[in-house]
Design a protein. Sequence first.
Lengths: 196, 66
Amino acid sequence: MGRMEEWPAWQRWGTWLFGWVLYAGAFWMLFVTANVAVRIAALAGIGAGLLVLTYSSRAVLNERVRKIDRWQLHVTLPAFLAYMLLMLYVWPLAAHIATPWLKAIVAISPALPLAFVAWAMIRYVNRCDEMERRQHLEAAGISVVVVSLGSMVLGFLAAVGLIRVNGALVLLFILPTLCVAYGLACTWSKWRNRAR
Amino acid sequence: MNNRVRELREKHGWSQGELGERLDVSRQTINAIETGKYDPSLPLAFKIARLFGSRIETIFDPGKQS
């Protein structure tokens, strides 16, 4: 088989596409059913999808998977799966707890694995090479601008009564929006330099 | 900044990925240095010079200085 970055382009792109299908399909499965066995299968699918995507997304850019990429995957994958489990089975319990301090602990419990992922991301970026660190810095800047400008536009529209926004929902969407914007900016930056 | 990294790499018969592995940087970083899109830091430039057994100024040419 050889190393993935040496595979023909169609195989690398096919694997990448398969990774996305697996990841998105498993995500969809997770939310359309409450069946525990199906949800466990969906979580396994998400894990497998992320594994395939980590390897193939580097291969489509003609890059090898390095030790730090494997480290990041091994550290963040369990944390991400823990986050999903907490969101599915622990966080909903908060609504039924009367004791305020216990309610608060249960409600913020999903933030713990995310804080771990953030730490792992900082460590990963610090271990990247100098040009990659510049790409991450650009991506972080772009994502901050996108999210803060987007929030401001929403705020302006809400202030004049054109739209109604749910404060809790907006706060919950800040991190995912930042992550998506950061990921897209990173991809764009790496795509520009993909040529040999 | 002009440089001879591509020429020296090809002389050694290495791919961009192989040179990247030897310098512990990504293939994209090697490509960006070779195409002049990215100027390496002083430690990386010294590392490149050491790997090719050349002096840094024979590999990197800053061009006209103002």
